[in-house]
Design a binder for this molecule. Sequence first.
Ligand code: MLT
Ligand code: MN
Ligand code: ZN
Length: 304
Amino acid sequence: MLLQVLGTAAGGGIPQWNCACPGCSGARACPERRRRHASLAVRTGEGRWYLVNATPDIGDQIEAHPALHPGPGPRQTPIAGVVLTDAELDHTLGIARLREADGLEILATAPVRRALEERLRLGEVLGPYTTLTWRELPLSGALPLSGDTAGPSGHGVRISAVPVSAKRPRYAADAPEDDAWVVALRLYDPATGKSALYAPAVAVWSEALHRAAAEADCVLVDGTFWDDEEPRRTGISSRTATGMGHLPIDGPGGTAGILATLSARCLYTHLNNTNPLVDPAAAQHKQLARLGVEVADDKMVIEL
Ligand code: MLT
Ligand code: MN
Ligand code: ZN
């Protein structure tokens, strides 16, 4: 299984257009510190990829990776569809950027699909441009991500969703509660027996999430905030990290201590521009290295 990291930033990206915080200013001065919105591409067969989340940067993310470029036919694309972990705008606005496609397959849980169809009215708005085909992400069992092209084993990559939290996007704050608003994705390759867990939004470290993380060979986890007070200290929110639906990395209840106990390769993604880790010289990198935990980079390739 091949995973191509396409971006590692939380909503707004780094730099964020209206932000002059040290993280954003640092990235303006130093282009290698820029991070695009968190996203991943998963190869499910020769020349066939699924995008995990569709960010506002999706056009640039595709252009930055030759494997995702179209061809040889003039309108032939290796991108077969999009898998969604949640309905947040930073993970879904890119769907509208893909409207030049004849059709687009979207895998999502039921509440996420409802939010996109009924609140953002994506099906109705994009209908005159393209056809969205929805597939429901299974919360138990697993389904072949790519129906028609199988890997050497004849099975291809299999996908399932682990419910993480009932955190709804702000535009759907009054929608019914449901465990499947935010999920982690389990990607399993029967050819190698290896699996990856992608969890870019973690409000609660549940038993089910822990079990999935303990079984995985590679885990990519919500690294939005370094500590719980960061959003308040930096003035971006009146809520704590946990209150915003993102468990912090450090401190009591932080995820670093949990990741350190796993045998999987663990990497943080979805970094907010206020997170000290966006500065490569920050001491926090050494603290994570001592725990054996990594910070994902845009353009990283993970082979499992
Ligand atoms: C989040 O990750 O919590 C959301 O993207 C924040 C937002 O856009 O409101
Ligand atoms: Mn986000
Ligand atoms: Zn900033």
